[in-house]
Design a protein around this ligand. Structure first.
Ligand code: ZN
Ligand code: ZN
Length: 378
């Protein structure tokens, strides 16, 4: 354990429902409804602190109704209480019917559903039930209402991401020389994963990627029984989870000595990634950060080998808003946490990706992932 869990600053969970109500009151956010039915469990966790796997949360201007089933009776009460979130707690078998009863009781005329989460069949069922059971109440599609609140991390959230990143930094530092020992990708990944858990990670942030030699040409390679060899580039993409918050970091390491072509790939991506991090500051468009990375790789004649977008938000989800891509319309603000992770991938040769998770600040950004980028392991 390399951090004191009890010393993590508290998160302002209780303040989030107020901010959600403000957002709902502004018409554009929720298509004219001031009540939202939250079914995305990550959003439920963000708003209430609840960590279970079954919940519906109805938020209206005056009421908060939390509906779960018997498995979570005590846990829901305890977690909402710990977060300081007052709500009417319903423990029932038919969550949707209970929601409809409350909508009818409150006389709501329209309820927003999370269009990016609700399935087609659920939408049809809920819309019919609200129409019939709640006096013609309308189900209205909403997009990214809670996700927009989640963009800006509070101090407690940043502390958790920082702790997760520190675990990943230390874990790589602990195991990196094992690349010289002829392990397979899977064996190296298992050592890295076990080290993160040993250092205090609740879990892995996602399935660790270890892609050596030609396997590096696949950005999302699954660790295999290929033996890591001298002269390989090894792409290692991994992270830790702390209290629901993720870290995300990629280092590409060279084992022993690299030939000129591979060393050049590394140098190009290192420069591209540094340019991307340097471009991150409050007020900058995500597309500008993407371009800062892409320009350097294109100038090196490898534009076609940069197969993905530059980055993504990180928080309660490993991939969340804002997306850092050429098509993104988002603008970075203080408190946003994003990755900068350009790469090049050449079939038959290998790949390079360098990734940091950074916190956007007023005058630039702060790197949260701090493992050295010195690529050579000798
Ligand atoms: Zn990653
Ligand atoms: Zn990433």
């Amino acid at each position: 354990m390399i951090f004191d869990r009890d010393a993590l600053p508290p998160m302002d969970v209780a303040g989030r429902l107020g901010r959600l109500r403000d957002a709902l009151a502004a018409d554009s956010a929720a298509a004219g409804t001031d009540a939202l039915l939250v079914g995305n469990l990550t959003n439920v966790r963000y708003l209430t602190g609840f960590t279970g796997s079954a919940a519906l949360l109805l938020v209206t201007p005056s009421d908060t109704v939390f509906v779960t089933d018997g498995r979570y009776k005590d846990r829901a009460a305890a977690e909402l209480d710990a977060a300081g979130v007052p709500a009417t707690l319903e423990v029932v078998n038919d969550a949707e019917a209970t929601v409809v009863e409350h909508v009818a009781r409150l006389g709501l005329r329209a309820v927003g559903l999370e269009a990016d989460t609700v399935t087609w069949s659920t939408q049809r069922r809920l819309a019919a039930a609200l129409d019939k059971g709640a006096g013609g109440c309308e189900a209205v599609p909403t997009t990214a209402v809670v996700e927009t609140l989640r963009l800006t991390k509070d101090a407690g959230e940043v502390a958790r991401i920082r702790a997760a990143a520190a675990i990943a930094d230390r874990a790589l530092d602990t195991v990196r020389r094992r690349l010289l020992d002829g392990l397979t990708e899977s064996e190296f990944a298992a050592e890295l994963d076990a080290t993160m858990r040993h250092l205090g990670a609740d879990d892995l942030s996602f399935e660790t990627i270890v892609a050596s030699g030609p396997n590096g040409a696949r950005p999302h390679h699954t660790p295999s029984d290929r033996q890591i060899a001298q002269g390989d580039l090894v792409v290692i993409d991994f992270g830790a989870l702390v209290d629901g918050y993720h870290s995300d970091m990629t280092r590409t390491l060279g084992v022993g000595t690299l030939d000129e072509e591979r060393r050049h790939m590394l140098d190009v991506v290192l420069a591209s990634q540094a340019a991307g991090v340097a471009a991150v500051t409050s007020g900058v468009d995500c597309a500008t950060v993407d371009k800062a990375c892409r320009d350097l790789i294109e100038e090196a004649g490898m534009g076609d080998a940069f197969l993905h977008s530059t980055g993504h938000g990180v928080g309660l989800d490993i991939h969340e808003e804002p997306r850092v891509s050429s098509r993104s319309t988002a603008t970075l603000r203080p408190g946003h946490v994003v990755t900068v992770e350009p790469g090049v991938y050449l079939t038959g040769i290998g790949g390079v990706r360098i990734e940091d998770t950074v916190l956007v600040t007023e005058g630039g950004c702060e790197r949260l992932t701090l493992a050295p980028k010195d690529p050579m392991v000798v």
